[in-house]
Design a protein around this ligand. Structure first.
Ligand SMILES: Nc1ncnc2c1ncn2[C@@H]1O[C@H](COP(=O)(O)OP(=O)(O)OP(=O)(O)O)[C@@H](O)[C@H]1O
Ligand SMILES: O=C(O)c1ccc[n+]([C@@H]2O[C@H](COP(=O)([O-])O)[C@@H](O)[C@H]2O)c1
Length: 190
């Protein structure tokens, strides 16, 4: 099966992530999307990062009963920080029956040459890159790159966390059941 891997901290997951995943499925580019919750993105600080099990739980709530999507904890048992090349090699070994594609925003792709073993990723996996305003995509970096125009929302997890800290509403930015869980558990208040 063709599986699209959407890597992220998902601190928390929000509607921009979900809309892109839905678009990629609608385009028939992959059959399923797996959200790979990264315990520690190698290029980001871990301050203000919710515990990975809590982020996984919020991601599972967001997907809810959508059988086209799932959230995976595959990186929880792998060395930290979470290098995508390591995770991909691990997934390919564990699931030889599946073919994995990597979903990336143009912003992330701009940094790909800073990623560990990025050439291994570009040579062995299909890369689905969605355009983000202000970021040029250099498709000459690999032979398996496809550029998409997905519907975009200018939402970020950082902005959501700031709103919570400022005691403002986060309504409509993420699914209702995720908001309820964040409020009930008091996440991101500090
Ligand atoms: N509004 C958005 N539109 C399109 N892609 C997004 C958007 N927000 C995040 N992404 C992409 O989704 C992936 C995972 O995102 P991540 O979990 O880091 O969320 P984030 O909102 O960017 O988080 P933070 O604000 O905490 O850095 C990244 O590749 C990121 O570029
Ligand atoms: O493998 C790497 O070196 C590497 C460096 C930076 C980011 N990543 C992956 O890319 C995902 C999205 O990153 P970002 O910075 O766009 O939020 C993140 O969750 C990591 O799994 C991977």
């Amino acid at each position: 099966m063709q599986i699209g891997l959407f890597f992220g901290s998902f601190n928390p997951i929000h509607h921009a992530h979900l809309i892109i995943a839905n678009h990629i499925l609608n385009e028939g580019l992959v059959e399923k999307i797996w959200f790979v919750v990264s315990p520690h993105n190698p290029l980001k600080e871990t301050t203000s990062l919710l515990n990975e099990n809590q982020r996984l739980h919020l991601t599972r709530l967001a997907i809810d009963a959508d059988t086209r999507m799932q959230a995976t904890d595959i990186e929880f048992t792998l060395p930290r920080p979470s290098y995508t090349a390591v995770t991909l090699a691990h997934l390919t070994e564990k699931y030889p029956q599946h073919e994995f594609a990597v979903i990336l925003g143009g912003d992330s792709f701009q940094n790909i040459q800073k990623w560990k073993n990025y050439k291994y990723i570009l040579e062995n996996y299909n890369i689905l890159i969605y355009n983000r305003p202000g970021f040029k995509i250099d498709i000459s970096l690999g032979n398996n790159i496809q550029v998409l125009n997905a519907p975009l929302l200018e939402i970020s997890a950082t902005a959501i966390r700031q709103l919570i800290r400022a005691k403002k509403s986060i309504r409509y930015l993420l699914p209702e059941n995720v908001i309820e869980e964040i409020e009930k558990s008091g996440y991101f208040r500090k």
